[in-house]
Write a protein that binds this ligand. Structure first.
Ligand SMILES: NC(=O)c1ccc[n+]([C@@H]2O[C@H](COP(=O)([O-])OP(=O)(O)OC[C@H]3O[C@@H](n4cnc5c(N)ncnc54)[C@H](OP(=O)(O)O)[C@@H]3O)[C@@H](O)[C@H]2O)c1
Length: 303
């Protein structure tokens, strides 16, 4: 069996739309134009982003820019009822998707992801949800977010339509998938396998990993680029950005793209100039030594 290395069938960069709700229409137009002009036509949403306002703003821009829906890849997520629960019930998910379709002004989603796992889910009900969405042509492909391999296996066992995506937090500073893969069998906290072998599972099962918050450390604690807390990392980023003649953002995204999985970077910037810099990662292939140097400079150790 051929294991995929750097040939990918998936777009490398996704524009994450979580933060666009508070932006002016012209800023959103400029952001989307920059994405499209640079070959980025994949957009990530969720029903909760800006309480629906992100999806509405996005659709307004698509209309204003006269973009062809069929040339866009639109993804949304649901299951989070903020402050209440995670909800995989048929009633909640179908209503949530109808809401997203309306706000996005489209008849279908290219991808729908179950946003956060719900331990109270009924797998047969989830199978029904998926079948109904296929039948009504409201969703083309399905995936999950923030799930481990056991949870994905469970859903795959009961659903005819196999999951194509798992969206997980991942950056140079936040990469337990990589840490546990390197530290197998070691008596240290990096050996803790927090996602049950997702790195290898996703290759074996042809799952695309979508990396969210690729520039953040902690849980939305801030950006590590040009941050004094990450001095060593920034020295190496600086060196490599000079070598590849790009901004540091591109090197950060290239670090994720170097991982030999089907991997996608979800850039959450609302700044079109920054997006332009990030997109340059598509053309960079870091050497093995550079990839490890970045990992170690982020404070990680090789055992
Ligand atoms: N599945 C999930 O549970 C989940 C959770 C969170 C997010 N997501 C998805 O992932 C996407 C990305 O998440 P994120 O927005 O947290 O990720 P991010 O791309 O790591 O962070 C973007 C934020 O960092 C700011 N920033 C400041 N300096 C930056 C720099 N040098 N480079 C890049 N960004 C810089 C950006 O500000 P400017 O706008 O001014 O550039 C923006 O506010 C979201 O849009 C959403 O689609 C999914």
């Amino acid at each position: 069996m051929k294991i995929r290395t750097y040939e990918r069938e998936v777009p490398k960069i996704i524009l994450g739309c979580m933060r666009i709700a508070s932006k002016e229409d012209k800023e959103v137009d400029q952001l989307i134009t920059t994405a499209i002009d640079n070959g980025v036509n994949f957009f990530d949403h969720a029903d909760i982003y800006g309480r629906g306002e992100s999806e509405t703003k996005f659709a307004k821009s698509v209309k204003a820019l006269n973009l062809d829906r069929d040339k866009l890849i639109i993804q949304s997520k649901a299951s989070i009822r903020p402050g209440i629960c995670y909800d995989f019930s048929k009633d909640h998910i179908l209503k949530a998707i109808d809401g997203s379709l309306k706000r996005l002004n489209t008849d279908y989603l290219d991808f729908f992801l179950f946003h956060r796992p719900d331990p109270l889910m009924d797998v047969n009900e989830v199978s029904d949800i998926i079948n109904s969405l296929i039948e009504t042509k409201k969703v083309k492909s399905f995936g999950v977010s923030n799930q481990n391999t056991h949870q994905m296996n469970l859903l795959n066992k009961y659903c005819d339509n196999k999951l194509a995506v798992n969206q997980l937090q991942m950056s140079i500073t936040n990469c337990p998938m990589i840490d546990s893969s390197i530290n197998v069998n070691m008596d240290n906290s990096y050996s803790i396998d927090r996602d049950a072998g997702m790195l290898e599972y996703s290759i074996l099962n042809d799952i695309t990993i979508q990396a969210w918050s690729p520039f953040q450390y902690g849980f939305f604690e801030g950006v590590f680029i040009n941050n004094a807390k990450f001095k060593e990392l920034n020295i190496v980023l600086d060196k490599l950005s000079q070598k590849y003649n790009v901004e540091k953002e591109a090197v950060v995204a290239a670090w994720l793209l170097r991982i030999p999985n089907k991997i996608q970077v979800i850039a959450g910037t609302t700044n079109y100039k920054r997006l332009n810099s990030i997109i340059k990662a598509k053309d960079i292939l870091l050497t093995r030594e550079e990839w490890y140097e970045l990992y170690i400079s982020a404070g990680k150790k090789l055992p």
